[in-house]
Write a protein that binds this ligand. Structure first.
Ligand SMILES: C[S@@+](CC[C@H](N)C(=O)[O-])C[C@H]1O[C@@H](n2cnc3c(N)ncnc32)[C@H](O)[C@@H]1O
Length: 177
């Protein structure tokens, strides 16, 4: 089942033309596959070729098998994506590089587990749990925050997550007199 939150964010964009979307650490394609049927050109990147095999031959999806956590340059085009989604993945050392991949006026929708989740289930490792307001601290200076949530999310199992949506644009400057 896809992430309902991600799909609601994308629906709110009221897309009328074809867009380029990056599904970062796309896993078995539960988001990429249905998105590719919505007039969206999806780039799906993950280190697990077996998972990518499920959807590597589908129309509108370009799958890339790549380890995103080494020193190697990501095989992704800068300032190319209208939308980037990240669901249930966190690797702090390179996280800010996502900003360079977004087009001007592009959107980043990020959803992953946060501190508090460890009381209920995996992930429990602090490396995979966002700290208080961390998505805002990471992206909020260079991108415009549009929405932010931290807490329990809907679903049959309890999960604690942060959800942040951001836009790459120009901050309105308040004139000083
Ligand atoms: C919990 S899954 C989430 C997958 C997908 N985003 C989703 O929501 O269904 C995390 C994914 O991150 C991928 N991953 C973990 N480490 C990675 C790395 N170093 N490089 C690329 N992908 C990685 C895994 O292969 C896995 O598919």
């Amino acid at each position: 089942m896809h992430s309902k939150w991600i799909f609601n964010q994308i629906k709110s964009l009221k897309i009328r033309k074809k867009i380029n979307l990056l599904d970062f650490a796309s896993g078995n394609g539960r988001n990429s596959i249905p998105l590719s049927k919505k007039n969206i050109l999806v780039t799906a990147i993950d280190k697990d070729q077996e998972k990518l095999n499920n959807y590597k031959n589908l129309n509108n999806i370009n799958t890339i098998c790549f380890d995103l956590e080494t020193n190697k340059e990501w095989p992704l085009v800068r300032e190319y994506y209208d939308v980037i989604i990240v669901v249930n993945y966190l690797f702090r050392p390179k996280i800010k590089k996502l900003i360079t991949l977004l087009k001007k006026d592009g959107f980043l929708f990020y959803e992953t587990f946060s501190v508090g989740n460890e009381k209920y289930r995996s992930p429990k490792n602090p490396n995979f749990l966002l700290k208080d307001k961390e998505l805002l601290y990471i992206f909020g200076e260079e991108l415009i925050p549009l929405s932010f949530y931290d807490g329990q999310i809907e679903g049959k199992n309890i999960a604690i997550k942060q959800r942040g949506s951001f836009k790459k644009g120009v901050f309105e400057k308040t004139p000083c007199y």
